[in-house]
Design a protein. Structure first.
Length: 109
């Protein structure tokens, strides 16, 4: 294995770790979406997003510059928000189904 292949193998290993962590983070966003639904809170909370971006930039050791970190985390946060919206719309769909004509019949029977 030449030196480039060794570095590429290391990159692949790191990518697998990133995938694991990104999916773990996504699962946290799903749970937050459930809680926001229960608490009747909006999905989009701009102050929280700014807090996440500030923390990411402050924690950045480089070599990626702060603008790159901000762009990456904006994308991560955007995908998490999408998951939260999905969770909340699922909850609404389930509630609508539960209050549909069949549910109403079973409530009166």
């Amino acid at each position: 294995m030449n030196e480039i292949e060794r570095w590429r193998k290391r990159i692949d290993e790191i990518d697998e770790q990133l995938l694991k962590l990104l999916n773990e983070r996504a699962q946290c966003a799903v749970e937050v979406g459930h809680l926001k639904k229960q608490l009747n809170q909006p999905v989009w909370q701009p102050e929280r997003e700014l807090e996440i971006l500030r923390h990411a930039v402050q924690s950045n050791p480089g070599p990626l510059d702060d603008a790159a970190i901000r762009r990456l985390f904006e994308r991560i946060v955007d995908e998490a928000r999408s998951l939260e919206r999905h969770v909340m719309s699922e909850a609404r769909s389930e509630a609508d189904s539960a209050s549909g004509p069949e549910a109403q019949r079973s409530k009166t029977e």
